[in-house]
Each structure stands twice: as C-alpha cells, then as structure tokens.
Design a protein around this ligand. Structure first.
Ligand SMILES: [Zn+2]
Length: 347
C-alpha cells in the first residue's frame, strides 16, 4: 500500500540500514504527532496562516495512514504514539478529539485533546473522559480571534483547565508561545509557575521549547535544568548541538523522541544561521528557494530520519548507549503514559 505523503526510496532504505537500524530499539513510542481527517477542518472558514513551512508538505493524516507510515519507515519495529489533532483555527476540536479517542482506544497508543481556551472545565472534563485521551494539547491559535503576536501561556491555557488537569494528574504537551521561544524569560517563568501551582500535571515542553536553533537552547535550558518534573519532546529538532545541550542539561530520562508527523515526511536537511534554520529540501514547495544541485538533492532522505539520526548519534557521541537510546525512543514515554492511564481509571 502506498502512503499519500511520501514515496519510500532506495536512499531512505540505505539511510535506515546504515544510520538507524542497528541502534533503534524494537519498540518505539512517538510522543508527539498529529492525526486528522479532512472533515475535521471547515473549508468555509479561512484558517489563520503564519506563512510557516508545514502546510504544503502534507494534508491531514489519519491514524491508519500514520500506522502505514511507521510500517514503511520502521520495518520490524512496533510503534505506538501519543497523537492529537492538527490545531488549525478552522478545526472542529471536538470532532478531532472524538476521532483520536475512537481510533486509538484499545490499542497501545493514546491521545491528547485539543482544548480551545473558551471551553469550561466541565466541557473539558467530558473530552478527558473519552477513552484513550490522557491530557491536553493547547495551542495559541485556538484562541478565538488570534492574529499572531506574543501571548501569555495562560491566555490560551486558562488556569481553570490547569486546575482540572492537576486534580486528575493528566498530561500536558505545551507548545510555547512568543517569538523568542525558550529564550523569553516570560516563557521560563510561566513554565516554572505551572510546575509550582500544578505539580501533578505531567508537563512536557514540545519541540525542546521550539529550540530549533542554538541560542534558544543555550539561553533557555539552564533555568529549567534543575526540576526533573519538566519533560520534553524532541520533535522537529534536527540540530545536533541542540540535542547535545538537551541531553547534557536534562539527561536522557527527561527527553522523549517524537516525530511531529506528518510534517517530517519532507525530504531534506537543515542548515543553521544565527537564530534561523533553513530547510534544504527537494520538495516542490512555494517557499523552497534554497535549491541545491540535483545530485545533492538526490541524496536527501526523510527529514524525520535526519532528526532521529541526529539524536541517536548524539546520545552515542556523549558516551551513552543502548539503555539511554531505549529510554528516549520508547521507555520514558511508555512509563509516563502508563502512569497517567492508571490515574485515568478514576476520571
Ligand atoms: Zn506538532
């Protein structure tokens, strides 16, 4: 069966064999990925767009397609996931949550609910009681009338939601707001405030705090290093230096591998210049202006493979081995998910 968003090539097969296969554990847990059906998006409502790169790469990916993608990319591996809808402004969040719940219930995989900030705690509790839903994935775009700009976390993740989640001991994967990401002291102080006021929440900062370039990691990681209860997913990070700083500051036990699919079916590499990253890709996207000679582009593999290789190589280069790789790529997420699932029996 073919996947709608990527074609698996000999370059990919070789990259997997040479860079990933020997070290990757038999079981993987993808701690951050999106699943959606096209009907969850309202075509009559124009979604807010930041001009970001992901939109042209892939449309909505169903749970079935997600599983097919894993099967193609990770032969012989068993992959479970923590999945949630794509937080577009024209998304029907309740429908997306219901889909995630129904599609994952009874499997080893689980989901998070999208939680628009105008929902009451009672409304959110209904979502959290759906089978296989273990927490929330808030997003600034889900604030009604959002038009970009810097927001406080608490504007799109109200204290009412946090109190509910803390009482339940649920999961929160937090995509940080603000242009300065993890280098913004306001984001740091809000993360610490969540930890202080809502200590029972399993708090996971998405994309290593959106530290795709080095300065965000250099400035943002140290003030979060001392609290073992601040966890991270490393999705969308290709930068080996950022993986190294994260592993060194937080240790492998606080980091979870994640794909952020379907975006990283994109084929290519990244280059960094100051605070920017440049996606070098062979994709026929309108923003793709950094083209390389065809013989170079012919060597591009899936960006997800590049991100995983960067993480794997860094774990080994820092002197760790298979135990730490297993923790990052499977064990950490599995253990935390199981902890929340045990609490969920009382929700
Ligand atoms: Zn994401």
């Amino acid at each position: 069966m073919e996947h709608p968003y990527f074609e698996y090539t000999d370059v990919d097969r070789r990259f997997f064999e040479e860079r990933l296969a020997a070290r990757l554990p038999v079981r993987l847990f993808d701690a951050h990925r999106h699943v959606q059906l096209p009907e969850h998006l309202d075509p009559a409502r124009e979604p807010f767009r930041r001009g970001a790169f992901p939109e042209e790469i892939a449309g909505p990916e169903s749970v079935e397609q997600a599983r097919l993608g894993y099967e193609i990319m990770f032969p012989g591996r068993e992959v479970e996931m923590l999945a949630f809808g794509m937080p577009a402004t024209n998304c029907d969040c309740a429908a997306a949550n219901a889909y995630v719940s129904e599609a994952l219930a009874g499997s080893g995989s689980v989901g998070l609910a999208l939680n628009p900030p105008h929902w009451s705690a009672e409304r959110l509790l209904e979502e959290l009681r759906r089978p296989a839903i273990i927490g929330v994935k808030p997003y600034e775009r889900l604030l009604q009338g959002f038009e970009g700009g810097d927001l406080s976390v608490f504007e799109f993740l109200p204290h009412e939601h946090l109190e509910l989640l803390d009482g339940l001991g649920g999961w929160l994967t937090l995509h940080l707001p603000r242009r300065e990401r993890l280098a913004d002291p306001a984001n740091i102080s809000e993360i610490l405030e969540i930890r202080r006021r809502y200590p029972n929440i399993v708090l996971v900062i998405a994309h290593l705090g959106r530290s795709y370039a080095g300065r965000y990691a250099r400035e943002g990681f140290p003030p979060l290093a001392d609290d073992p209860g601040i966890l991270f997913d490393n999705s969308a990070v290709l930068n080996p230096a950022v993986h190294a700083l994260a592993l060194d500051r937080f240790g492998p036990e606080r980091i979870m591998w994640a794909s952020d699919q379907p975006v990283f079916y994109m084929r290519g590499r990244r280059r960094w210049e100051g605070d920017r990253y440049i996606n070098l890709t062979s994709g026929d996207y309108s923003w793709n202006t950094d083209r390389q000679p065809p013989e170079v582009e012919a060597t591009y593999t899936l960006s997800l493979y590049e991100a995983m290789a960067a993480c794997l190589d860094t774990i080994l280069a820092l002197g760790w081995g298979d135990a730490e790789i297993e923790a990052v790529f499977h064990g950490n997420a599995r253990r935390l998910v199981d902890r929340v699932l045990a609490r969920k029996e009382r929700w």
